[in-house]
Structure formats: structure tokens, C-alpha cells
Design a protein. Structure first.
Length: 290
């Protein structure tokens, strides 16, 4: 077994993953190796156990600190229990008493089978360095999970902030703040007559604005022909044309002259032609408008 194989076997041996014959071969090779080789194997073990570069330079919060401390305490209790059980078994063997707590077979009554203890593992004890390394890896995994959650939350906040900034740039601070906070602001929303269309529009009005404003999104016309914003009468017929505009399918806004306190039944139609009576509205005012 060369030096490289010794180092690899040291990792497996520390984790208890070697078979009995492999463990015996490793221990024999390690004992027979020169002192310089054993020293190198120990140095590599310590180097691989150093997790300083893997753990983020972050101050853990109280919840993560409690989880790590609980894992360390659990590992310490497990080690103490293994030592105590091994000592008890050794004393029982020395006194002649049988170390078997109970036997389970077909003739064993069910209460005894239910209370019998499982067979204890006799695998070699894990080196303390590797136990610390395992705990360190667990702590690093928890820390990385916390970091990823924080990054995701920061990204979502950045997206929301970018959306608000975009609205400020396109709509303007005065209009956006009046839309959100002013109780005198009125709105009429327009939705698509076709269920599968994603086009939407809304007309907003405020007494402090020079004109009302039409906002459209995902709205496009065939062959880039203009569309018309109109007022409908009580029977749903076109009463007045408010404005003509050409959408491009993106988020757009247009100045329109309409009084939403009186004219709230609105629709968007294609440009007028000889077959106007057969045209259907592209968007029409919906219920629930402000």
C-alpha cells in the first residue's frame, strides 16, 4: 500500500467505511510504514479536516448557533454512551455474565421481542479529528443554506425595487404617488373580451392632473393599425370617441381627455371602417373599478 492509498484509506477508516479485512490491511500497512510516511498521512488528515476556507465569513444567527451546539452536544452524548456501553459489556464478560440482553427467535414471547435491544455495532471508533470535521461540514451546510436564503430574499427585494423604479421612470413620480395615495384618484379597468388574451388596460384620472391617462399592457393591433378608446352609452353602443393610439405590445401610457366621474363605461375598438357595426371591442370596462 503506497502513501496515496494510505491517505485515502485513512479517510475511509475514520468514517468506519472499511471492511474488516481492509481495516486490518490498512492498520498493518500504517504500522509498517516509515515514520516520515506516517507523519505525512497525519498531516494530510489535519489538512483535510481544516474547513476554514469552506465556511463563509458570516456571523451566525441565534437559531443556527443553537442548531450547531445541539449537534455537538448530541455527538458528545453519543460518544459517552458508546464508551459506557463498551465498559458495561467488558465488565459483564469479565464476571462471566452473559452480555446478551435478550434473544429474538420464533419461540420468544411477543413482549420480550418488543423490549429486546438491537445488536450494538462493533465498528472501530471514529477518530476525533474526523468527528470534528463531520460537525464542521454540517455547520458549513447550515451556513450555506442560510446564505442562499438571504441571497434569494435579497434578489426578490431587488426585483420589487426594480419594478417600482421602472414605474417611477415611465409614469412619473407625481402620477404614481397620486395613483397610490390620493383618495380622489379614479380608475376604470378594461379587460379583454377574449378569455385567452393577456391584454389589459386602465384609465386613471385625478383632479390635479392636466389630463387623464390610459395605461395598456400586452396590447397590440393587427398590422400596427390604430385603436380607439371610446365611451359607451347605456345600450353598449359607441357614444363618443376619446382618443386614437397605436399600441406596440409593451407597457405604454397615453394622455386622454375623459371625465371618469361621469363617463365610466369605456371600451377599446379597432379603427373605424365600413363594417363598424360588426366589430367587437378589443377591451371593455370591467366591474370592480374604483
Amino acid at each position: 500500500m503506497n502513501t496515496h492509498e494510505l491517505i485515502e484509506s485513512t479517510m475511509l477508516h475514520a468514517l468506519g467505511l472499511l471492511e474488516d479485512h481492509e481495516r486490518e490491511a490498512y492498520e498493518a500497512a500504517y504500522e509498517a510504514a516509515p515514520a516520515s510516511v506516517r507523519q505525512r498521512v497525519r498531516a494530510e488528515s489535519r489538512r483535510m479536516a481544516d474547513l476554514g476556507d469552506l465556511i463563509p465569513d458570516l456571523q451566525p444567527n441565534d437559531e443556527m448557533r443553537s442548531m450547531v451546539l445541539a449537534a455537538v452536544r448530541a455527538a458528545m452524548r453519543e460518544e459517552e454512551n458508546e464508551a459506557r456501553i463498551a465498559q458495561t459489556l467488558a465488565q459483564s464478560s469479565g464476571s462471566g455474565a452473559s452480555p446478551v440482553i435478550a434473544r429474538i427467535d420464533a419461540n420468544t414471547p411477543s413482549p420480550a421481542r418488543a423490549t429486546s435491544q438491537p445488536k450494538l455495532s462493533t465498528s472501530p471508533r471514529v477518530n476525533r479529528i474526523w468527528r470534528v470535521a463531520a460537525i464542521g461540514f454540517a455547520a458549513a451546510s447550515i451556513a450555506m443554506g442560510v446564505v442562499m436564503v438571504n441571497i434569494n430574499q435579497t434578489f426578490e427585494k431587488a426585483q420589487s425595487r426594480a419594478l417600482v423604479d421602472n414605474l417611477y421612470d415611465q409614469i412619473g413620480a407625481k402620477y404614481l404617488e397620486s395613483t397610490i395615495f390620493d383618495a380622489n384618484t379614479r380608475r376604470v379597468a378594461l379587460t379583454a373580451s377574449g378569455a385567452q388574451s393577456s391584454a389589459v388596460a386602465a384609465v386613471w384620472s385625478n383632479p390635479d392632473w392636466e389630463t387623464s391617462r390610459l395605461f395598456v399592457k400586452n396590447l397590440a393591433s393587427e398590422e400596427n393599425k390604430p385603436l380607439r378608446l371610446v365611451v359607451l352609452d347605456e345600450d353598449g353602443n359607441i357614444f363618443r370617441e376619446i382618443a386614437t393610439f397605436t399600441p406596440n405590445g409593451e407597457f405604454q401610457d397615453f394622455d386622454v381627455d375623459v371625465n371618469l366621474n361621469k363617463e365610466r363605461s369605456l371600451a377599446i375598438y379597432p379603427q373605424i371602417n365600413d363594417e363598424i357595426e360588426q366589430l367587437s371591442p378589443v377591451l371593455i370596462s370591467a366591474e370592480g373599478s374604483l
